[in-house]
Write a protein that binds this ligand. Sequence first.
Ligand code: ATP
Ligand code: MG
Length: 343
Amino acid sequence: MKAVELRLQHFRCHKEAVVRFDRGSNIILGPNGSGKSSLLEAFFFISRLRSFRTSQPREIVGHGEKRFAIHLETDDGSFRVLWSLGGKTLEINGEPVAQNSDFWGRFPCVLFSSHDIALVRGTSLEKNRFFNGILSMLDRRSLKSLLRYRAILRQRNAMLARHGAWDSSLFKTLTHQMETVGRPLQDEKKRLVSAFSKWATKIHRSLSASQEELSVSYREAAWEADSGRERHAGRSLVGFHLDDVELLIGGKSARKMASEGQQRTAAIAMRAAEAMMLKHRAGVTPVILVDDVFGELDGHRRAALLGLVREPFQMVVATTEETPELAGLADVHRIRVGGAGIH
Ligand SMILES: Nc1ncnc2c1ncn2[C@@H]1O[C@H](COP(=O)(O)OP(=O)(O)OP(=O)(O)O)[C@@H](O)[C@H]1O
Ligand SMILES: [Mg+2]
C-alpha cells in the first residue's frame, strides 16, 4: 500500500496540515521541534490506533483543543480517525468501523525509530508486543485470539489478586480457556520466530560488516498452573504472555554482551525483517517510516539500510539533515516542515 495524502487537524503542533507523498522515497526535512516525528506518529496511529511516543492519546491533541483528526488517502482506500475525550470514530473508505480490531493494521507500516533499541535491550514485554504485532498483521485470526487471550488473562489476574472467597471451579475454567486459546498462539509464534530469525540473520549480515551472526531464539513459558503460588504472587505465573525471545549475536546474548552500535544494528535488522516478512508472507507491502535513525549509523550501515528498504517499499524518512546517502537518492520527494508551514 502507498500513502498518497495525509491530512491532520489539531495533531500535536500541526493545527491543519495537508501533506502529499510520492510513491517512492519521501524525506521530511526540518529543524528540531518542527513536527517531523509527529507526521510519522500520525501514520503510526492510523495503523495501530496508538502512538509510539505515548500511551495517552490526549497528549496528542493540539494545545487548547479537544480533539484531533487524521485522514490518510492511500492508493488502496482511505482511513480516518477522529479522537476526542468522549471517544473515537473510525472510518475506512468513508464507512464507519465499530471495532478497533477491524481497523487495526489495515494500513500496514513499519516504523524505525530510536525506541527500537528496546527490542534488544528491553524486557520480554517489548519483544512480545513486537512479535504479537507481526502475528496479528500476518493473520487476523491471531489478532482476535490475542485479544481473547488478553481478556481471559485479565480476568484470571483479577481473580488471583483478589483476597477473600476462592472459586476454584471458575479458576479451573479460566485456566482451561487460557490454555485453549494460548497454546495454538504459542505454536504459531514459535513458527513465526523461527522464520523471522532467518530473515533477521540475513539482513543483519548485509547491515553489519562483521561476520557475527544474529539469531533469534524463542523460550516457551510453562503452562502447569499452581494456584497456591499464583495466589501468593497475585498474578498469573504461567501462560503464553510470559514467553520470551532472546537475541543472540555470535551465540552470545545481545542484551548483555553486545556493544551499543551492535545493539542498534540488531534493532534495525529486527525492523527490516518485520518489513520483509509482511511483504513476503502477508502479501502487503508496508510503508516504511524512518524517524531519524540514519544519524546513528555509520556510512556502510546507512547505505545498506537504504538498499533494503527503498524498493519496492514506499519510504518516509524524517531527518534534520540529509545524510550523503539520502541526498544521493534519485527521485526523492522532499517535504519541508518548519516556520513557514509544510511545503
Ligand atoms: N499536544 C501538542 N500540541 C501542540 N504542540 C505539541 C503537542 N505535543 C508536542 N508538541 C510540540 O510539537 C513540536 C513538534 O514535535 P516533533 O517531535 O514532531 O518534532 P521533530 O521535528 O520530530 O523534532 P526532532 O527533530 O527534535 O525530533 C514540538 O515543539 C512539541 O513541543
Ligand atoms: Mg523527531
